[in-house]
Design a protein around this ligand. Structure first.
Ligand code: TYD
Ligand code: MG
Length: 464
């Protein structure tokens, strides 16, 4: 008789090992490895099921009739922007985010809008009882929306319910961690369960043309708990981000088979639910003052949308041997790099200073184009000279201290002009993109030029 195959699966990253270990060798997580039966359900090895003769599938070619993926447009502009123009029929979407960030609220509102448009919409809650979901709907003023609601966690029961009667256009499953299928015998929330449940749902979506939206919780280190595996199965992954201290929330597409990624939608959480923010630049600019040093406005791009963000730096003398470096909303390593370039190429020393860097409004930016704005904020804080209020900054800094050009210079400048900024400090090589707005751009070739211009407007740099 064949030995029953037992494998040990890391619940954090999904790595499989042959024996139990206290620490996962793949992701380094402690106590995350659980015993699971490998011969059950989805993901079972080829030896565990009887080989049957396959069906012959017709092969076709790239050329042939195609149609634009049919979409369901919600009419919620920010949501449609992130999905690339509405939910694609027959696709599966994963919406991830911290607990309490507003995933259920967003999807309750989206389902209500679609239901009011006459689409058959089903909301299945595995976390909350029907009463709790109703309370939320009442708070959102959506009591009358004709959404079909159920509280259920068994995938088989859910699929049986969905197969019966009118075919739904959209199904929301809140959340994948609570679902379980009797195809596998691991407890709910484990990698095997999550994978098997998601696979059954994705298959349902493809087969019936229903759009399936799956909610997934994110662990403290920002990954969708357990189901990294799910990310590969679904057609799109949206992250809902934001921090508790701010009322705005950002919906970000990190994977989209039917549209652009990196696109963001901005919402504001109010006591009557999420509201779209039509002009997010105004939101991230913060309270600006002409007299306080250390604030620079970065003209950024999120997806295809230009976005102005205030970058704040505080440089203060440090009592510590190893000064502190603290960053919120930007990359720590990138800050160290800019400090090093400022020191090595421009003679500006931060070695005896604590450095704090913050991106206003709780936004996270990843663009290297923010380098120049960060450097400007740092120099301004160190020298005590406020930057001109009418300036925006963008440009990438190379290790040699040169300012490198960045993409989309024209739309950055246009957005800045729209919001009333009359000057921009940009890479020299981007000056040619300023045709629409030539009077405002000033080109820089070297970081040292920025240091000189900021320092000349205030006191001399402490140890330059
Ligand atoms: P929820 O959608 O339940 O979060 P998730 O599903 O991501 O866990 O939202 C929870 C938070 O949102 C909660 O702290 C209360 C707040 N909230 C509002 O501020 N206004 C509202 O209208 C609603 C429904 C929730
Ligand atoms: Mg929820």
């Amino acid at each position: 008789m064949a030995k029953r195959a037992i494998s040990y699966v890391c619940q954090s990253c999904g790595a499989v090992s042959a024996k139990w270990q206290g620490r996962c060798e793949s992701c380094g997580e402690w106590n995350s490895i659980q015993e699971e039966r490998a011969d059950s359900g989805v993901g079972a090895g080829p030896a565990s099921t009887k080989r049957s003769r396959g069906r012959v599938v017709p092969l076709t070619s790239f050329a042939g009739e195609t149609r634009e993926a049919p979409r369901i447009v919600t009419g919620v502009g920010e949501l449609d922007r992130v999905t690339g123009g509405g939910f694609v029929k027959g696709s599966a979407l994963l919406v991830g985010g911290d607990p309490g960030i507003g995933k259920s609220t967003l999807l309750t509102q989206a389902s209500a809008v679609l239901a009011q448009q006459g689409h058959h919409t089903v909301y299945i809650s595995g976390e909350e009882a029907v009463g709790q979901v109703r309370l939320r709907a009442e708070r959102l003023g959506l009591r009358e929306a004709p959404v079909a609601l159920a509280a259920e966690t068994s995938v088989e029961d859910i699929l049986a319910t969905l197969e019966e009667g009118q075919k739904p256009a959209l199904v929301i499953l809140d959340s994948i961690q609570t679902l379980w299928t009797d195809q596998v015998d691991s407890p709910p929330g484990t990698v095997t369960q999550v994978r098997a449940s998601a696979q059954a749902l994705v298959r349902f979506a493809k087969r019936t043309g229903t759009t399936v939206v799956i909610v997934g919780h994110v662990t403290k280190d920002g990954q969708i708990a357990g189901p990294r595996v799910v990310e590969h199965m679904v057609d799109g992954v949206l992250y809902f981000e934001g921090d508790g201290a701010h009322q705005y929330r950002i919906l970000r597409a990190v994977k989209n088979r039917f549209g652009p990624t990196d696109e963001i939608g901005v919402f504001e959480m109010s006591d009557t639910g999420l509201r779209e923010v039509k002009n997010p630049s105004a939101l991230f600019l913060g309270e600006r003052s002409a007299t306080s040093p250390g604030a620079a406005v970065f003209a950024g791009i999120e997806g295809t949308r230009p976005l102005l963000v205030e970058i704040q730096a505080l440089v203060a003398p440090s009592p510590l041997g190893t000064p502190r470096r603290a960053v919120i909303g930007w990359d720590n390593a990138r800050l160290s790099m800019i400090l090093a370039v400022l020191e090595a190429r421009c003679g500006v020393r931060f070695a005896q200073h604590d450095v704090y860097l913050n991106v206003a409004g709780g936004l996270r930016i990843n663009e290297p184009a923010a380098d120049l704005a960060v450097a400007a904020a740092l120099i301004s804080s160190l020298s005590g000279a406020p930057l001109p209020l009418e300036n925006v900054y963008f440009g990438e800094i190379s290790l040699s201290g040169a300012i490198r050009p960045v993409a989309h210079a024209q739309s950055r400048l246009k957005e800045a002009q729209k919001l009333g900024f009359s000057a921009a400090v940009v890479p020299e090589a981007n000056l040619k993109d300023a045709n629409g707005t030539p009077q405002m751009a000033r080109g820089l070739g070297e970081l040292a030029e920025l240091v000189a211009s900021v320092a000349s407007s205030g006191q001399t740099l402490a140890n330059a």
